[in-house]
Structure formats: C-alpha cells, structure tokens
Design a binder for this molecule. Structure first.
Ligand SMILES: NC(=O)c1ccc[n+]([C@@H]2O[C@H](COP(=O)([O-])OP(=O)(O)OC[C@H]3O[C@@H](n4cnc5c(N)ncnc54)[C@H](OP(=O)(O)O)[C@@H]3O)[C@@H](O)[C@H]2O)c1
Length: 305
C-alpha cells in the first residue's frame, strides 16, 4: 500500500506498527477526523468499530475498511439519547470479545445549545456525558492494557471552571458551551486515568487537541470572526486537514511511545500542558460524581476516588 506524507499514520510516525488482532472503537467515525483515524487504524491492521448516526456514511466506512482487510462493523447511536448509548454499549459487548482502544471522538460544535431529554445543554450532554456513559458501560469489555483516547480541543483554554455552567443549557453562547464541554473532556479523561491507576489497572486514558481544521463541519459552526480566520488558515499550506487532525488520535491509539502513559494531554503527537483549570483535580472528581448523578447511576469506580 502506498502511503502519502499526509496520511495520519505517517504523520504520527506509526506506519510500521502492526495492530492486527486488536479491536478499536472510534466514535464519530462516519465523518471528519474520526473517519480518517478509523481508516488509518484499519490500514495498521486493526478491526474497527465505526460509530455515528448516519447509517449510509457508516456502512460506506465499513466497506472501505473491509477492503483494507479490517473486520469492521457499524454501530449507531445518537449521543443526545441515554437509551441509544446504552444500546450501543450492549451491541458492542455482544459483537466483540475485547476492546483494545476506545477513541471517544463523537461530538462537535452545534449551532444551538438546545436542552436534551435530561434537561442539559446539548454540548455538555453529547460531548461529555455520553462518552462518560459509554466508557463506564464498557469498562468490563476493555483489554487489560487497553487505551482510552478522548478528543478534546484547544477551546478548553478559553473556558473557565464552573460546574453549573457546564451543565446548564443557557444563556451561554454555543461557542462557550462547546469550550466548557471540551474542558469536561479533559477532566473526564484525567479522572478516569487516576481511578484506573488506583484500581491497579493498566488501562490508560489520555486526551488531545486535534488541530483546527479549516472546512470541517466543526469550523463551519465557529463564530464568524474565528471562522474567517480559519478560512484564511485554510489558504496557507501546511495547516491542518482532517488527515492531520487524525494524526494525534492515531498516534495515541498505536504508538509504542505512549505505552503506559496515562492522564496526559496531547497536541500534534506530543505531550502538552493543558490550561490550569484543566488540571484541577477537585473539579475532575466533582464532575465525575455529578455525571453519575445526572445519569442516575452508581458512581463508577467510586472506591478509587
Ligand atoms: N474539526 C476541528 O477543527 C476540531 C477542532 C477541535 C476539536 N474537534 C473535535 O473533534 C471531534 C470530531 O470533530 P470533526 O471536526 O471530525 O466533526 P465532524 O466532521 O462533524 O464529525 C463528527 C462525528 O461525530 C458524530 N456525531 C456528531 N453528533 C453526534 C451525535 N449527536 N450522536 C452521535 N454521533 C454524533 C458524527 O456522526 P453522525 O453525523 O453520523 O452522527 C461524526 O461522525 C469532535 O469531538 C470535535 O469537538 C474538532
């Protein structure tokens, strides 16, 4: 297979890694950078579970992966629905023996922050609460040294910490609600890492910023001035593309250099320091507990808080 220098696995320097025998679930892989990462991971030999709402796009991704030799399948769930996410977890448990890598990537910047069935802002529910639910539902299905990789955003840096603000649907702008949900992604990823380590588990959990990708669905929803800046960036060579955006996810899924690394934040395939608010362990613990309350479930890994 001839790879180009922009292919995510080449950019991530993992094109020589053999992932055959591994099962990787990439949420939000019907489109965008999730789809690009799913293809890269499929080219590395893994069996890929594709997720999204769009069945046509999901089945097309599965066909493309099958042509690469991946034993791929599609699972559908709307992340605005608790029931859908639970059913998705059931479907995954029934169809795979173990998950080696879980990429929590589904989500985005939406042009409204409507209230979901739980009375929560859409950004908080789709971008944070549903990956929290899916991950905790699948904890028992993870391989002993599985990796959990969560797509956050540089947007977390312009967000401040206020648990009520993370949860209430308004009066925040969509952009502000999005950035708070991406701060929640880092809190979730770090709290999960700490609890797993305390439980003596070798499963790792890391988060990352994929880059700002001109022309992506995400960038089309950005506020006007930021969008224009993004469009300008798109005209400059070497700025991020969906393939570039998939590189760090592919790196965290496949690279030997992150073996055993947990509770860290990455960008451009390198470990970075997230914003100070994203390093607040009390806030991470509070968010973890509050998320369980909102879902009306027992706090996962409560004994390792
Ligand atoms: N693009 C950027 O510049 C950028 C920058 C920073 C962070 N990110 C993050 O990167 C991730 C992927 O973004 P992208 O740019 O690749 O977006 P995208 O092209 O819009 O793809 C989003 C993916 O998420 C799925 N999704 C969206 N809403 C969903 C819902 N309610 N239920 C289930 N699945 C849903 C979509 O699947 P269906 O349409 O099939 O449901 C699709 O596969 C997001 O978490 C985003 O916050 C993106």
């Amino acid at each position: 297979m001839i790879l180009g220098e922009r292919d995510p696995e080449v950019k991530a320097g993992v094109q020589g890694v053999d992932m055959s025998g591994q099962t990787v679930l990439v949420t939000g892989s019907t489109n965008g950078l999730g789809r690009q990462a799913a293809m890269a991971i499929g080219r590395l030999g893994a069996d890929v579970v594709v997720h999204g709402r769009d069945r046509t796009a999901g089945e097309s991704a599965v066909r493309e992966l099958a042509d690469l030799g991946s034993d791929a399948q599609f699972v559908s769930a709307d992340y605005a629905s608790v029931e859908d996410v639970r059913e998705m977890a059931d479907d995954v448990r029934e169809s795979v023996d173990e998950i080696d890598v879980l990429c929590n990537n589904a989500g985005g910047l939406f042009d409204d922050n409507e209230t979901t069935e739980l009375g929560l802002g859409k950004h908080f529910h789709i971008n944070h609460l549903s990956p929290y639910l899916l991950t905790t539902e699948l904890l028992d299905t993870l391989a002993p040294e599985a990796r959990i990789v969560t797509t956050s955003s540089i947007g977390h840096r312009v967000s401040s910490l206020n648990l009520d603000a993370l949860i209430e649907p308004g009066p925040f702008s969509e952009w502000a609600a999005y950035c708070r949900s991406k701060l929640a992604n880092i809190h979730f990823s770090n709290e999960l890492a700490r609890r797993l380590a305390a439980a003596g588990s070798d499963v790792t959990s890391n988060s990352f910023h994929p880059g700002i990708i001109p022309g992506s669905e995400f960038s089309r929803a950005l506020p006007g001035p930021i969008q224009q800046f993004g469009d300008l960036l798109g005209e400059v060579p070497l700025t991020d593309s969906p393939e570039d955006g998939a590189a760090t996810m592919t790196y965290l899924a496949a690279s030997d250099s992150v073996d055993g690394v947990t509770g860290e934040y990455f960008a451009r395939c390198r470990q970075r320091r997230p914003a100070p608010d994203a390093r607040d362990e009390t806030a991470q613990r509070d968010l973890w507990k509050r998320s369980a309350d909102l879902l009306d479930i027992q706090e996962p890994l409560a004994e390792y808080a």
